[in-house]
Ligand binder design. Sequence first.
Ligand code: GP9
Ligand code: MN
Length: 642
Amino acid sequence: MRKKQARLPLYIIASLLFGLKTYIVYRFMFNIELENRMQEFILFVNPFVSAFLIFALSVWFNKASRQMKYLRYTALLFSFVVFANLVFYRQFTDFITLPQLFMGSNMTDLGSSILTLIKPYDILLFADAAIVWYLSKKKESIVSVQYLKRGKAFALSMSLLLLAGNFFLAEMERPQLFTRAFDREYLVKNIGLFNYHVYDLVVHSKAESQRVFADGNEIPEIQDYIKENVMITEKSDMFGVAEGKNVIFINAESIQGFVVGNEVNGEEVTPFLNKLVEDEDTYYFDNFFEQTGQGNTSDSEFLVENSLYPLSRGAVFFTHGSNEYHALPEILEEEDYFSAVLHANNKSFWNRDGMYRSLNLDYFYSEDAYEITDENSVGWGLKDKPYFEQSIKYLQAMEQPFYTKFITLTNHFPFEMDEEDKSIEPYDSNSNTLNNYFPAVRYADEAMEEFFDHLKQAGLYEDSIIIIMGDHIGISANHNRAMSMYLDKEEITPYDQVQLLKVPLFVHIPGHGEGETISTVSGQIDLKPTILSLLGIEHTNDIYFGNDLFAENRKGYIALRNGDFITDDYLSTVGMCYDVDTGELIDAEEEEATEGEPATGASTPCDEIKEKVELELGYSDDIIYGDLFRFVDFTEEKQVEK
Ligand code: GP9
Ligand code: MN
């Protein structure tokens, strides 16, 4: 009788080798930050999961030779994917995305330096593929297995189980990882390089197909809508008051309107901002709303730069980072402005590096431009005070006039602070988040005050206008109990929830002398036309949805991304219409059927605006999903012909 030979399926060997190799690459060749044990565990597990997923597919080949061939070539191909990402990473500290792969400039950058990016020991990245190759050729009788139904079912269910387990852990570690699409590093860290590539492929093809079917036919209708409903033809009194000045825009992380002028434990929360409210050179907008979606800071940036709405799902910075835009940096470039963003975080966070290229930004001073040590950082990274201090040298060296954006970081959830930086005591409620929010906001307030001083000392203050805007809420509805206690309310109603979306906006114009508090309803969508008007720049052939904040005859409503809206009279949320001043519900009135026309059902004064809001959000989405700006020549005075 022939002795039965022990067999070890090659796909298992390949999965183990490939998983181990990928883990070593993750751990020692990519610079992936790990914050806790759980993340370490996920990072260890995911390469094996992906490898198993890929190689286990081989069981479906009945012929041993096909099985072996599949394993050989996939091992080689996937080793090459790891290698390509590693080379790309050495240059860009980022992972390859499909749009990037096809984006000329990036690859040309890489092309010239590719040889310096490849190290001799990289050959080891192919060691597992070589072993698989050898075994499949020379030891086929040992490693090939004729799989029966049971073996196939095992491979398939094991793959799916492992994948589900991995995704479950990832979702626990980083909720909404997929819908919010934070950062490529997060994705790779949590689901692995290969699943990340699959994810990128899906996102990309979805966006691409909508893009492919668009042909620009939609543009004239959108332009007509904007001309009739959005654009204001008369210039505001403020047109050109800051002509030729530098613009310094501060994106104040998570600062909400309710802290301004308010106290905690008997102390002012924002003494500096409170002073600004009273300052004669400052306009303070106290009825100004954030309009972001899942893309948080990046959505607020998107609103400001483009005066388009972000998307209802995902972060537009991520999903449509390589579209054509007609953003502030591009328009300002025509007026010889130099544009830059200064933000001490990883440049690929929110795909900023990709999106900033599409927005025509001249320069992005990211994490690498800052000296970051354990002492000067907390929570998300560099503390705001050293951040502003270290930024001044870049401003001083910058070509003027400039348009710069500063994005602060310390006042970010979970509002962690070193003891020595706390100037006020936390609040005392059942929510640590809300409690710690106050000292963190105070720190940001102090940092901005210091920044004003630095600007004065550097001689940059007089020639600049400074805009401070809260990017989005910091305290979510999860903390409503504590919030209602702080605001001394019985409960937070849906009406209150929308009111809490107010963020502060300051427009500070040194030497202006006519500042005041303005309470007309306004939002982040209004910044682009406002900045252009202040600088005296006309953009009549543009497509955007906001209004100059200083103009008369504004649209009169602010649309939120979920379709809610606020006007000077009404507030609409969860399908209800409220009186904006009193917060009282406005009951729907049954309309009588008139002759020839049937009754339209119950209606409220909100309905008419709701239609406009929906139309407008829809147009903005069409522009983004269809990448429609590639069909518009913004330099021409003439509209696209119908
Ligand atoms: C990170 C910063 C904060 O770079 O923008 O991100 P957020 O979570 O607020 O969008
Ligand atoms: Mn933010």
